[in-house]
Design a protein around this ligand. Structure first.
Ligand code: GLU
Length: 385
């Protein structure tokens, strides 16, 4: 029977964990499915869900990224052990995902939580419009106090359009929802100077502040048969997370109550981001994206933006360029001064039809409910005066 990693007396959690408001937790297949029988490890999952409920009570928002569909489904279909053909893993995922979702639903209900299934493919995080749509749905679920349980849509994913591992998928999801913290629950308790199963002198590294080539070299490749990602994909996940301003922690899931163990200062590896998610996102908008168009705003909107408000259609006087929903655009004052940049919530054609109009008129004009902001303040980087 697994033991708790540490007791409360030994140490305390890092402030990055205590302060984190939005947390993404990735759960690997090996933790969820028994290697021999392919059955769900119920007691373990119940302890994890109880931890999630506790974090929610503390005011945190939790998104789960759970593997396990293939591991659970393959046994039900009587597929052989060892690597599967693509069609076999797609079929296994189709069967296993139902059991997985059902288990989460049942266990969450005992803690009074509602779970929601989200199946993503690579394009949902890479293509701007689909990214915005997926983000919007996850945000809405969080607002409604449901716990999104995300997995890759393995049943339709083929080799070219596949993540393949949930380490990187979870890092993309963390970036997508601007999470403060990503937890990778794994069968190891963190990063070692060398793979610990191969090198007895390997030393545990408690803290990483930058992913250097030295850190990458330490990862080796420790994939197990059930879970795709080894330490290598975890380091890649770290690169994505840190770039998005999300702190990441690799912790063992081989104990009951693995999240409580983090709260109690258990042995883990922390990867600390240099900036918070909002700053990281604003830098990305200001510096990395090629603007596709321009929105000219009136003096009222200019004042509102300076006061930290979103850009509403009512304050826009003119639109230039060819852009889709989610593309970066330049915001200019009437006299042409560049005020900042942001991600447009509407395509050019739509923006043109609603400019100067009141928020309450938008749905009638466009025929759908798209929200009052042309650019949300969180999707905007203004130049300092
Ligand atoms: N999405 C796969 C599954 O649910 C797992 C991928 C991984 O192990 O990272 O079975």
């Amino acid at each position: 029977m697994p033991q708790r990693a540490v007791t409360a007396e030994t140490s305390l959690a890092r402030p990055e964990w205590t302060r984190a408001r939005r947390v993404v937790v990735k759960i690997g297949s090996a933790l969820l499915a028994d290697r021999e029988t392919g059955t769900l490890k119920r007691e373990w999952l119940a302890s994890l869900v109880a931890d999630v409920a506790e974090l929610v009570r503390q005011g945190k928002q939790v998104v789960l990224v759970s593997s396990g569909s293939i591991a659970l489904g393959r046994h039900k279909l009587g597929l052989p052990t060892g690597p599967l053909e693509l069609e076999q893993s797609q079929a296994a995922a189709a069967v296993g995902q139902i059991s997985l979702a059902h288990a989460y639903q049942e266990l969450a209900a005992t803690s009074g939580l509602t779970v929601a299934q989200i199946l993503l493919t690579l394009g949902d995080t890479e293509q701007r419009q689909r990214y915005l749509n997926a983000r919007h749905t996850i945000e809405t679920l969080i607002e409604l106090k449901a716990i999104p349980v995300v997995n890759e849509n393995d049943t339709v994913a083929t080799a070219e359009i596949k993540y393949g591992d949930n380490d990187r998928l979870s890092a993309r999801v963390a970036g997508m929802v601007s999470a403060d913290c990503l937890v990778l629950l794994s069968d190891v308790d963190g990063l070692y100077t060398a793979p610990p199963n191969e090198d007895a002198r390997a030393q545990h590294i408690p803290l990483v502040t930058e992913i250097t080539s030295e850190i990458e070299a330490m990862a080796g490749d420790a994939g197990t048969e059930l879970s795709k990602g080894g330490m290598k994909t975890k380091i890649e996940a770290g690169r994505i997370a840190l770039g998005a301003g999300t702190n990441m922690v690799i912790a063992t899931g081989k104990v009951l109550h693995p999240l409580r163990a983090i709260s109690e200062g258990g042995k883990v590896t922390w990867f600390l981001a240099k900036q918070d998610p909002l700053t990281a996102k604003k830098r990305w908008i200001a510096g990395q994206l090629e603007p596709r168009g321009t929105l000219y705003v009136d003096t009222g909107a200019e004042k509102a933006l300076a006061g930290g408000k979103s850009l509403l259609a009512a304050g826009v006087t003119r639109v230039e360029g060819t852009f889709e929903r989610g593309d970066a655009v330049i915001i200019r004052a009437r006299d042409g001064r560049e005020l900042g940049r942001g991600l447009s919530a509407y395509a050019r054609g739509e923006a043109e039809r609603i400019l100067g109009r009141k928020s309450s008129e938008i749905a009638d004009i466009l025929g759908f409910e798209g929200g009052p902001e042309l650019i949300h303040r969180n999707d905007m980087a203004l130049h300092r005066k």
